[in-house]
Ligand binder design. Sequence first.
Ligand code: M6R
Length: 608
Amino acid sequence: MCGIVGYIGKRDCSDVLMDGLEKLEYRGYDSAGIAVFENGSIKTVKTRGKLACMKAKLDNEGKPLGCCGIGHTRWATHGEPSDINSHPHSNGRVTIVHNGIIENYAELKDFLKEKGYVFLSQTDSEVVACLLDYYYSERNPLKAITETVKELRGSFALGILFKDFPDRIYAVRKASPLIVGKGDGEFFIASDIPAFLKYTKEYILLDDDEIVCMENGKAQFFNVHGIEVSKEVHTAEWDVEQAQKQGFPHYMLKEIHEQPDVADKTLKAVIKNGVPDFSDAGFTDDIMRSIKKVFVVACGTSMHAGIIARYAVEKLARIPVTVETASEFRYMDPIVGKDDLVILISQSGETADTKAGLELAKEKGAKTLAIVNVKYSAIARAADMCINTLAGPEIAVASTKAYTVQIAVLYLIAFRMAFANGNITEEELKALTKEIEKAPDAIRNILKKEDECRFIASRLVNVEKLFFIGRGFDYALSLEGSLKLKEITYIHSDAYAAGELKHGTISLIEEGVPVITIATQESVLPKTISNMEEVKARGATVIALARKGTKFAENTVDILFEIDTELPDMLTPLATVCGLQLIAYYTSVLRGIDPDKPRNLAKSVTTE
Ligand code: M6R
């Protein structure tokens, strides 16, 4: 949450910062600001509202002219979105941008007030500026940072300017992401790689409490004791184009359409000689055989991917699986131990609750496996084993392609665990692998049905509430379909196991309430059809997503969306999800909402 950027080099800093903030706007968009050294003094421009408001302000007031500065796009935690609460914050001789939460800000604020500091904003971040100023008594920036960091509890990524040191940037992080981009005689800091991908693919990861000082085409790194450390330079595998809209009106639509390719890429990366092979990640057959129980710990869409995994692993590998939302897992004192595998799923690899779940699992001695989309992210680095999904940068707040590649990997894990545990033969393993290799084509077929999705969206645009139902894998997918729709359309939506509806929720069904039914699972189809008839009898508008050729009694279905695929029932979510994503996308657009930036949300949830 919140995006921070910084630049030092020879370019027009304001332009570079605004460019970077545009790429990071998915992290928060209730206000934005920049601070740039202009002729030796810091000039700050900031405002409430999306980045467009900031651009307008810079056009009106003139942009700061200089080659060194920091910027911020905010997702409010402490204090409402307002001009005054926007970053950068300055107090005394220090100007900062901050991503994270300072948990002990209230006590620090009291302490600093006693020392005579006056606070202008309601943010926790301003406390950091004051504390840095307080410890800057010897006019030693590095000392001020190391002393300050020792006092802070919580999470932070900070870009820092000291007024006495023009054209120098410091940055430090703990439990919030921050990457240093290394160009030709220039350096960048950013919460995420796309912010500087246009200028360089080379980057350096900061570990917790590490500090970087950038000046005169040089970057020096220090640990929390102020001792210089050397760092490895990585090269990003993402391309600039991947982080752009490429002619699509929204990132979300572009990312939905990338799914055939990214699914293909992700599958190919883990299928070797016709079977899934995770030995590169250290996830060997021996480890798979040693596992008594699997926990999947994740949030939101990634957690929904975990529910698909539960059905697949239990069905094929016959190993019990529990799926827990990470925010519960971390505080529930779970019964997890050394014979258990805890799978952490995260697109960003930096979700605070999922990261805490990982730490807890490690403390309890469980084996941990991360499935992440961002290479070298915090979760990727902390887990015992890690599988990288290859969705490329996902910028839209609503997760689409990341989910599809997550479930592709999870199916492959289920296949391999089934084989390792002797539940299926090598021939069966190869046959299942061949089936999942059809997924990219199956997705392509669904994406051709965009007009049908737009039509369904036109029927949802004015409704107040709706429901998703399904059984088995279709139920797991209903949860994701419902989340996708509600987060970007603001229509209240809930998902239920189809058989559960009559235990209470059916009282909400009345004339015209849409019930989106996913009915692709042959083994439970008659049961699902009965549930559709039950809601139809109470006036629901039934929208069915079913395999091509599925027969329904007359008047059971109002709108039929056919899933034309050769995928076996278990794997249909890989294709069906794309229809649900497109329906959500078009409903959002028809309601006049920006699906890339739904209200109150941010892409990376680095606070609990
Ligand atoms: O980066 P993560 O996968 O850990 O993020 C988890 C959730 O915050 C995320 O999936 C969220 O639910 C999305 N907005 C859903 O579209």
